[in-house]
Ligand binder design. Sequence first.
Ligand SMILES: Nc1ncnc2c1ncn2[C@@H]1O[C@H](COP(=O)(O)OP(=O)(O)OP(=O)(O)O)[C@@H](O)[C@H]1O
Ligand SMILES: NC(=O)c1ccc[n+]([C@@H]2O[C@H](COP(=O)(O)O)[C@@H](O)[C@H]2O)c1
Length: 289
Amino acid sequence: MANNSFHVLRSRYSSSLKEFIASPRTFEILDRVPADPTSVPLSTHNARSLFVLDSSFNPPSAAHLDIASSALEESPRSSRLLLLLATQNADKPAKPASFEDRLLMMSLFAQELRIHLQSSLPSLPSADIPHIDIGVTKKPYFVDKAAAIELSEEYPKGLEQIHLTGYDTLIRIFNPKYYPPAHTLQPLEPFLSRHRLRVTTRPDDEWGDRKEQEDYLRNLAQGGREQEGGKREWAERIELVQGHKVDKTPVSSTRARTAAQSKDDKLLHSLVPAAVGSYIISQDLYHES
Ligand SMILES: Nc1ncnc2c1ncn2[C@@H]1O[C@H](COP(=O)(O)OP(=O)(O)OP(=O)(O)O)[C@@H](O)[C@H]1O
Ligand SMILES: NC(=O)c1ccc[n+]([C@@H]2O[C@H](COP(=O)(O)O)[C@@H](O)[C@H]2O)c1
């Protein structure tokens, strides 16, 4: 995409973002990839599930691509993907890049993900490559994100959402500190009775080894969280899948920002999809992160 097209898209995202932020809406779809208005809407599509990848996309990383592609590859004909930019984080203050740049990188990410799916699923006709929606939410917690998506009526009523998260996020979803005033896990009930989590293990020393991550889920299944209001049957709605490392080092948006800041283009390109890397370099993002 040329600089001029970036400029046009950025301005479009900027005005729709402003409108969203000023509105009482808590979820909105700002773009679709492909953006073909004649393409089949989901209500007439045979999608059985909506994968949701919620992130700060700061920037979208190779891990995000891995998480999304591995999910879509399992049932490409019956799923759709929503890339959801969280404008408010449960813990972190907003950092560079701007939300407009992040939306632009999400759109590049979506295009690259579709190209990736075309080559990983060569027998899939191009018309069946999953469509990708680019949305925004003001809600920091998963229970509220899922409810906002349902309430928006953008998708058929009752469509099951499968939220794609990393293991570190699973731990935080199950931390009662986020659920005042009672500080129990009970608020998770509407979310986990209707929707699912597909959790990618983080092959990172910080999060323990694979066994430790599996034990966490086993503990929930065996009733280890009942005293806090955590139901054992929720474990059946959580799938753990294994994540990858790049050159034996963990992938994160933080590492990508640091690589961009230190102008280590080779490292940056190993941590983010190619089009995202080129955008970061061409726009000189993360200089001050
Ligand atoms: N390498 C990874 N392995 C597994 N899950 C990941 C990985 N990177 C990100 N995720 C998951 O993707 C989701 C969105 O990621 P997020 O935007 O927090 O990325 P991040 O790399 O952790 O960001 P940052 O480094 O800025 O904190 C989260 O649920 C997170 O757990
Ligand atoms: N209890 C929860 O639902 C909960 C807890 C922590 C983070 N989150 C969200 O998870 C997403 C990823 O968070 P980080 O970017 O901090 O890794 C963000 O949207 C954040 O707001 C949700």
